[in-house]
Design a protein around this ligand. Structure first.
Ligand SMILES: [Zn+2]
Length: 280
């Protein structure tokens, strides 16, 4: 039984797995004594089923919990494939997932992209969390402490960090990547830097992002510094009364020397005007 093509499952600690998907979205798998916690259900139901298939590669224990790192389709539109699990997310993640207009726009975007999953996106039964929290929650999975933390708004309104204090690992969704530009369109740029500071302050030598490789703490610090520099540049442009296009161009010019090689950097200039408009 092979795992899904394009994926790699890495056991970070006994019972703690990162399931990386080349160029797509990562997931996490935490195996306890009598059940499993899965982090993110992925983009459409067939991706959720592939993930469940890969969990079965590791263990036959039931999936008891699914945690949504945030509301984005590529992380949470496989939720309906986990009917027997408790689906946990931040309260704001719930609010976004039941926002009909917001999801209509996302569905349209995904369906018109012409990607292999576009057609299936039209059939997704968007399934929000059925257990939410506001600031933090602890679960004990096979005696392992799993802390769900809301550190403030950042990439979306309801980003959840799944922190394993005894293992020094944090799953951080799309708030930070190792060498990758985050998606900005639903973000809260003015609040993101402080959220990143709290993330960096966790005792987590390793992090698993929603995209890209498993990173070490230095990469988390770099991701934090990138957001600080980007938001700082946008805020300076706003103070100077510059247009969104000028702010974007100046920010790209300021960031390119240090971050120009990052995955997705070429999308930055196009993404920045909207982020500029979202400054608080
Ligand atoms: Zn996202």
């Amino acid at each position: 039984m092979a795992t899904t093509p394009g994926t790699e499952i890495i056991e970070l600690e006994t019972g703690v797995f990162a399931r990386l998907h080349e160029g797509l979205t990562n997931a996490g798998i935490i195996v306890g004594d009598d059940g499993v916690l899965v982090i993110d259900s992925l983009r459409v139901p067939s991706f959720g089923r592939d993930l469940i298939h890969d969990v079965r590669h590791i263990t036959d224990k039931p999936i008891r919990y699914l945690v949504d790192t945030h509301s984005h389709w590529d992380h949470a539109w496989g939720n309906e494939e986990f009917p027997d699990a408790t689906i946990i997310g931040h309260e704001n993640c719930y609010e976004e997932m039941v926002d009909v207009e917001w999801n209509r726009q996302w569905r349209e975007k995904v369906m018109s992209s012409g990607d292999p999953w576009s057609e299936e996106a039209g059939l997704v039964n968007i399934t929000p969390p059925n257990l939410t929290f506001e600031t933090s929650m602890r679960l004990y999975i096979g005696g392992r402490e799993v802390r769900l933390l809301f550190l403030g708004r950042a990439h979306t309104g309801g980003d959840t960090h799944i922190y394993l204090p005894d293992d020094g690992i944090v799953f951080c969704g799309d708030v930070a990547q190792d060498g990758g530009m985050p998606f900005l369109a639903d973000s809260y740029p003015s609040e993101w830097p402080a959220t990143d500071d709290r993330l960096v302050d966790l005792q987590a030598p390793r992090f698993v992002s929603g995209h890209g490789p498993v990173g070490e703490h230095a990469a988390l610090v770099e991701a934090r510094d990138f957001i600080h520099a980007m938001v700082g540049s946008l805020e300076a442009a706003a103070s100077a009364g510059r247009s969104a296009q000028d702010a974007a161009a100046a920010t790209v010019a300021a960031l390119a020397p240090q971050y120009g090689e990052w995955r997705g950097f070429e999308r930055l200039e196009e993404a920045l005007p909207e982020a500029y408009g979202r400054l608080g």
